[in-house]
Design a binder for this molecule. Structure first.
Ligand SMILES: *[C@@H]1O[C@H](CO)[C@@H](O)[C@H](O)[C@H]1NC(C)=O
Ligand SMILES: *[C@@H]1O[C@H](CO)[C@@H](O)[C@H](O)[C@H]1NC(C)=O
Ligand SMILES: *[C@@H]1O[C@H](CO)[C@@H](O)[C@H](O)[C@H]1NC(C)=O
Ligand SMILES: *[C@@H]1O[C@H](CO)[C@@H](O)[C@H](O)[C@H]1NC(C)=O
Ligand SMILES: *[C@@H]1O[C@H](CO)[C@@H](O)[C@H](O)[C@H]1NC(C)=O
Ligand SMILES: *[C@@H]1O[C@H](CO)[C@@H](O)[C@H](O)[C@H]1NC(C)=O
Length: 194
């Protein structure tokens, strides 16, 4: 009885090991000044998976979104200015995110409700992820951002790997479609002279 079980476990090992480098990088690391400096600037929302029905419904309406992070290193806050293209119109929202450095969490209050997301970096390059409610398997969400409106195939593969690490289904990814809305967004953002 013991032998077949041991064999089964051993045959799983290569699989787990193959998966672990990507997953190991996905643990939340404390946010430092360097992280905040790196986050500063313009980002594009690429896609996400949300299991929480309310979030899912909201995110499905988003055709595209870009935003600016302006961190304040002494206050541990980030000014968050977001453009959202929803149902063929554009919305602008700005709010303040609170930075909890030790657990890599960003929090935000919206209409009296607190929202929290954990910052996950795969490497210090051109993408990052925000993880929502990871300890609730019915509500968890993972959202992917890049410094360009379209992610490269390698970057998207990184997102899919991240989903796999977190036990989420890549077939449920809701992608943005920047091409559809770039003209609208340009019209609205140009006069703002960012
Ligand atoms: C893990 O992160 C390091 C940098 O911190 C990077 O060089 C490496 O390629 C990453 N590994 C994977 C599998 O993403
Ligand atoms: C950060 O916030 C402090 C306190 O409100 C303010 O004095 C400082 O000018 C801000 N720094 C930046 C870079 O905005
Ligand atoms: C982070 O940057 C702020 C503002 O420049 C500085 O006051 C603080 O000491 C820095 N923290 C660390 C750990 O270097
Ligand atoms: C992170 O830390 C903040 C402040 O200590 C806390 O309010 C929040 O619940 C923590 N978030 C997570 C995901 O642990
Ligand atoms: C914009 O902000 C307001 C107030 O915080 C919020 O009620 C609304 O849902 C936000 N809109 C979007 C599209 O996020
Ligand atoms: C950063 O990502 C780009 C693709 O987005 C890639 O070409 C480049 O090699 C990466 N740099 C590092 C240091 O990983």
């Amino acid at each position: 009885m013991v032998l077949p079980w041991a064999l089964a476990v051993l045959s799983l090992l290569p699989l787990l090991e193959a998966q672990s480098p990507a997953c190991a990088n996905l643990t939340a690391k404390p946010i430092t000044n360097a992280t905040l400096d790196w986050l500063s600037g313009r980002w594009f929302y690429i896609g996400s998976v949300f299991l929480d029905p309310a979030f899912k419904q909201m995110v499905q309406k988003v055709q595209a979104s870009d935003f600016y992070f302006t961190p304040n290193l002494t206050q541990d806050t980030i000014l968050f200015q977001q453009y959202l293209s929803i149902d063929d119109h554009c919305e602008y929202n700005s709010s303040v995110l609170w930075v909890h450095r030790e657990n890599a969490t960003l929090s935000r209050y919206d209409s009296g409700k607190k929202f929290m997301a954990q910052l996950l970096l795969q490497d210090f390059n051109s993408t990052y992820l925000l993880a929502f409610s990871m300890d609730d398997e019915n509500k968890r969400g993972l959202s992917f951002y890049a410094n360009k409106p379209e992610a490269t195939p390698e970057q998207l593969e990184g997102f899919r790997e991240a989903l796999e690490c977190k036990g989420m289904d890549k077939s449920e990814i809701m992608y943005t479609d920047w091409k559809k809305v770039s003209l609208t967004i340009q019209k609205i953002t140009e006069p703002m002279s960012w």
